[in-house]
Design a protein around this ligand. Sequence first.
Ligand code: SAM
Ligand code: SF4
Length: 312
Amino acid sequence: MRVSVTDRCNLRCVYCMPPGGVRQIVHKEILRYEEIARIVGGSAELGVRKIRITGGEPLARKNIQALIRDIRSIDGIEDLSLTTNGILLEKYAAELKDCGLDRVNVSLDTLKAERYTEITRGGDFGTVMRGIEEALRCGLGPVKINVVPIRGLNDDEVLDFARLTVDTPYHVRFIEFMPVGDRAYYNEKMHIPTDEIKSVVESLGELKPVKLRRNGPAKYYKLPGGEGVIGFISAMTHHFCRDCNRLRLTSDGKLRPCLFSETEIDLKAPMRRGAPDEEIRRLLRLAIEAKPEGHYILGKAGKGRSMSAIGG
Ligand code: SAM
Ligand code: SF4
């Protein structure tokens, strides 16, 4: 289950948010930590084993350490990870590890300092790189670096990202750009299919498939002599819906069975009305049963919550 703890962010990536940010959910509508822990507890009883904390920017929410500690203490949760833009990672990595976080995914779409500031509208590349190194040092590995290759924005850096896996243990994962939210930032010409990225990477040498313990939706490979691995996540061109067992919890307490479907099941309202655990579990089961068999997103226009609001 992916748990979005906030819709707010300390960056404004050009493909995710407008310069002024998205309309924010009012504070009282955001789930409190004890509410999140209750939902995670209920889902663990139903068999959820992996929790990923995301946002918005999860490290920008006050005292996120407390939530990590609470979730860590829930029976049945075997894997606890967090997706971050890395800006606050250097500051918090050691503490997060102490609270029981297993690992981090860091979003990084360029290895060029100036371009980083442009893409994120103000972020500092050096700060993120120090955060990544600190995460590795603190044992929050394997550190996964998530790259969204976008035509005309950073597609000239695919090889540089792939090369990073030769001498470092990082898992570099290329994620297909998706038409999520109001899609003001998406157009089909910007989308680069995984097959195209893979063939660029193959110019560096043969890609050997590797099986990792928790592959999730990514397909992983190694370059000859590579210390790290390269992953491809293609929600658009190679649907993995049949194997997808993810649920998403939005920061305002809605369960989304699928990233690409507008279907949401409200958990916050029943909880705040005093619903017993049994009722929460019934709603969780409903969300699992509501998972669609597939999505038909490619090429379609649509609207809805942005990635920062759903939790990417
Ligand atoms: N702020 C954190 C971060 O950037 O890692 C967590 C939330 S962010 C919404 C999660 C991931 O979603 C990031 O890796 C980001 O690159 C990705 N993302 C945002 N919009 C996307 C889109 N339209 N298509 C594919 N990935 C997207
Ligand atoms: Fe913030 Fe992450 Fe969206 Fe960038 S991708 S604006 S860091 S939520």
